[in-house]
Design a binder for this molecule. Structure first.
Ligand code: GLC
Ligand code: CA
Length: 554
């Protein structure tokens, strides 16, 4: 089948079901809840929904630990409920993509239970079981979530590998039977009518032969031996040729630590392309080092460098996946914007990333400017990565209070709170007791309020999505950045045939002088998107208002 490229025109909306909308009052978001909001989702102008995992799971990592790949988590509903959503989305002209989590399973998956039975169980080699060395784990690898990457099993006197939590044993993708299982799972969902996959940490699936020791790091020791391992190319090609090429679908792979150079062999367009797009992390590191928990002051120069590097190096060769939020990061307004200018900075950030070249993804709640939490104690927290970091930071002597401040600033808790639909009880998320605390600001920040205000962030997102779809310069234009060393302004151009777009974003509260780049006469441009009503031009430029954004079309 000829390779499609309809995914280039799409905007995708990500749903983390547990916190989206609860239909039956048990406090947990569910699929009938999603079904009831399909018109809302469609009203944004988006073209596809990506579901974070909705399969059966013991919830050690809220669905990223799967115990059955071919069913639906009973807390969320049934396969029939899912089919209704699939039909409902398709009827409305929206695609649906599933999260494919195959670097690891849950330890409660039948394969793992079998594999732990005995060394000659046919499933034993589905995972990485190894003998220890002198009563110590087989190597020095550390997991991302829970200390050592190896867990001991007394009965077998062997350890199993888990790059993430203990309850997320890594699958041995070198075993051809495991790859057949993966293909079988893909076919199951594609045959049902699903339109593609977001592939969870897919670049981690091939580990270096012999699992050698890694360079010591505070977390994730060993990562250089699997971040894009020796057989990754081969396995992704196999999935593509044996399955994906036979369907009209698309894939986006999650790819920590990727650079444009390391990504291009996988996403470069042509015969050898393995994935349509990748989620890289480089622009999510403008306020931290290595990972979100090691905070640094926000650097606009760093942010722009990351974006521009991907824009420039992929142009004409591969396609970008654009995002600034998902279920793994704190809310972007708190990070790169300013909560005191929630709407203004929210609009600026939206235009900043969505007008670049690539397919934009929007995470639930982002479109209404949901912000970080104010959790008081670890007992209110839900995420395995918070609990792990608690151990790490307390060992370093951090106080409870300082730790909670960090949690409310960087943790994944912040993006996982229930969506705020209105100012009624529990923000209209549930009629029961919500499974997780609702943000105190729900009376002010909610979908209903945003609907009622023509100048809201929500309505700005709608305008932006529509504008992108209707203008080839946004879809295909070449990107060029101006003033890369400015720590206040992000200014870039998109150019396609005889039209040009100039995007001007201020990341500062204080007023900054903007002067149009060489060759631009602002008075000749059409102001197509902006976040203040006063848009005077003085001397071919202007003094910016807090977090001002202006987009001119020429
Ligand atoms: C990905 C997911 C994250 C999960 C991890 C392990 O990074 O996005 O939520 O915890 O993989 O599956
Ligand atoms: Ca429910």
């Amino acid at each position: 089948m000829a390779k499609n490229d309809w995914y280039k025109k799409m905007t995708v909306y990500q749903i983390w079901t547990r916190s989206f909308c609860d239909s039956n009052g048990d406090g947990i978001g569910d699929l009938p809840g999603v079904l009831s909001k399909l018109d809302y989702i469609k009203s944004l102008g988006v073209d596809a929904i990506w579901f974070s995992p909705i399969y059966p799971t013991p919830n050690a990592d809220y669905g990223y630990d799967i115990s059955d790949y071919k069913n639906i988590n009973s807390e969320y509903g049934t396969l029939d409920d899912f089919k209704k959503i699939l039909d409902g989305a398709h009827e409305r002209g929206m695609k649906v993509i599933m999260d494919l989590v195959v670097n690891h399973t849950s330890d409660e998956h039948e394969w793992f239970k079998q594999s732990a039975q005995s060394k000659d169980n046919p499933y034993h080699d589905y995972y990485f079981w190894r003998k220890g060395k002198d009563k110590k784990p087989p190597n020095n690898w550390l997991s991302m979530f829970e200390g050592n990457a190896w867990e001991y099993n007394e009965k077998l006197d062997e350890y199993y590998l888990h790059i993430f939590a203990k309850k997320q044993p890594d699958l041995n993708m070198d075993n051809p039977k495991v790859r057949e299982e993966v293909k079988d799972i893909m076919r199951f969902w594609l045959d049902m009518g699903v339109d593609g996959f977001r592939e969870d940490v897919i670049t981690f699936i091939s580990k270096d032969e012999g699992l050698p020791n890694g360079i010591p790091l505070p977390v994730g020791t060993g990562i250089e031996h699997y971040k894009h391992g020796p057989h990754l190319d081969e396995y992704l090609s196999e999935f593509r040729h044996d399955v994906l090429d036979n369907y009209d679908c698309f894939t986006v792979g999650e790819a920590p630590m990727m650079t444009p150079e390391t990504a291009l062999p996988f996403i470069g367009e042509g015969e050898n392309q393995k994935l349509d797009m990748m989620f890289h992390f480089q622009h999510m590191e403008a306020d931290n080092m290595i990972n979100d928990w090691i905070k640094m002051p926000f650097s606009l120069v760093k942010l722009k460098h990351a974006f521009s590097n991907w824009q420039n190096k992929l142009y004409g060769k591969a396609w970008n996946a654009l995002y600034i939020e998902n279920h793994d990061h704190a809310r972007i307004i708190n990070r790169y914007g300013n909560v005191n200018y929630r709407t203004e900075s929210g609009k600026m950030l939206a235009a900043m990333y969505m007008l670049q070249c690539g397919t934009p993804f929007i995470y639930q709640g982002q479109e209404i400017g949901m912000t970080n939490m104010n959790l008081k104690s670890v007992t209110e927290c839900k995420d395995v990565s918070t609990f792990n970091n608690e151990r790490v930071f307390k060992k370093l002597g951090m106080s409870d209070k300082a730790f909670m401040k960090l949690v409310n600033s960087v943790s994944r808790e912040n993006s996982r709170t229930p969506v705020q639909w209105n100012s009624e009880n529990n923000a209209g998320f549930t009629s029961g007791t919500p499974w997780f605390k609702i943000n105190d600001n729900y009376k002010e920040v909610n979908v209903e309020n945003e609907e009622n205000d023509p100048n809201s962030l929500l309505n700005f997102y709608r305008k932006l999505i529509k504008f992108r779809k209707e203008n080839d310069v946004v879809l295909y234009g070449k990107y060029k950045e101006f003033y890369p060393m400015s720590n206040s302004l992000y200014v870039y151009e998109r150019k396609y045939r005889d039209s040009k777009l100039l995007v001007i974003c201020s990341f500062k509260e204080k007023s900054v002088r903007f002067k149009a780049p060489e060759g631009y006469d602002l008075s000749k441009g059409e102001l197509v998107l902006n976040n203040y009503s006063d848009n005077k031009i003085v001397n071919n430029g202007f003094m910016t208002k807090p977090y001002e954004v202006r987009v001119y079309l020429f």
